[in-house]
Write a protein of this length. Structure first.
Length: 287
């Protein structure tokens, strides 16, 4: 499956560009390495000078981007403008409305419509928000090395970084916002003070965060491959819905978890694209 995914992406990419096997790397110590792109014009292979991308490799500078991008993510609100605050207001307001008006009703509706077939399907989706994404990323990374697909290698490393940073954010949120899971209470407003009782780890949904973080990374990096965003977001959405069906989260938990994974990954994607398109892994350029 991983090999088929890689081959499919390679085939799509070759419609526009032919990436030479013998890439020229300009800076061996850089987090992003140069790869020369070629394309066919009138059946002739010519260099594409307009876009000279740099791609990640695992090395010291790449690992340093974790620290930089985590700091950039945490301090992002200080750089937000009107549109950013509007998005926060819409998402936060929607979550608040759900908590007070719809979380309990939505849970009761789901519990009334439990079916064995849906339960089995929910069990299938469970790993997509837990154990499967790290395994999937490791497998795709290995596949990229075997097939020498530098783009896929870059995407898996970028997605891994996004997942790691979004995981830090959502686990920190769970420690601060202590909400009881629906399996243990009928009250969607059952909260306790930070760092007090054990349990109370419902908000936000870690499965939704994980699924949407990985899905967003591949959807953004492969937005030129039409089926990738559809498949990625569909799997992420089904994973998030399974948490409601299993009675492990309230609707507002899933909304915030998915939003955290999505928007953090979008922000990191933009940083990575700036580095790649500028041809410079210099972190100071993107503070």
């Amino acid at each position: 499956l991983l090999a088929a995914f890689s081959i499919s992406l390679n085939a799509q990419s070759l419609q526009d560009n032919f990436v030479m096997e013998d890439s020229v790397f300009l800076e061996q110590d850089s987090a992003l390495h140069f790869i020369e792109e070629e394309k066919f014009v009138n059946d002739t292979l010519v260099p594409q000078q307009d876009s000279v991308p740099y791609y990640y490799r695992i090395n010291g500078p790449y690992l340093k981007t974790y620290v930089h991008d985590l700091k950039h993510t945490v301090t992002a609100p200080f750089r937000w403008q009107g549109r950013d605050w509007l998005k926060l207001g819409i998402i936060g307001g929607s979550a608040g409305i759900l908590m007070f008006t719809a979380d309990k009703a939505a849970r009761e509706m789901v519990l009334r419509n439990q079916k064995e077939a849906f339960k089995s399907f929910s069990k299938v989706m469970y790993p997509f928000g837990n154990r499967l994404p790290p395994v999937l990323l490791a497998g795709l990374y290995a596949t990229s090395l075997v097939t020498k697909n530098r783009r896929l290698e870059h995407v898996t490393l970028s997605a891994t970084k996004s997942l790691a940073i979004s995981t830090v954010v959502y686990t920190s949120s769970k420690a601060l916002i202590r909400r009881q899971r629906p399996t243990r209470t009928d009250d969607p407003l059952n909260f306790v003070a930070p760092f007090t009782k054990k349990g109370f780890t419902s908000f936000p949904s870690g499965h939704a965060n994980t699924a949407f973080s990985v899905a967003t990374a591949f959807a953004m990096h492969y937005k030129d491959v039409k089926w990738v965003p559809w498949v990625a977001y569909s799997l992420a959405s089904l994973t998030a819905l399974s948490r409601l069906y299993d009675d492990r989260h309230w609707v507002s938990d899933v909304l915030i978890g998915a939003s955290v994974g999505h928007f953090i990954t979008r922000g990191i994607y933009k940083l990575d694209e700036k580095r790649k398109n500028a041809g410079r892994p210099d972190l100071k350029t993107f503070n």
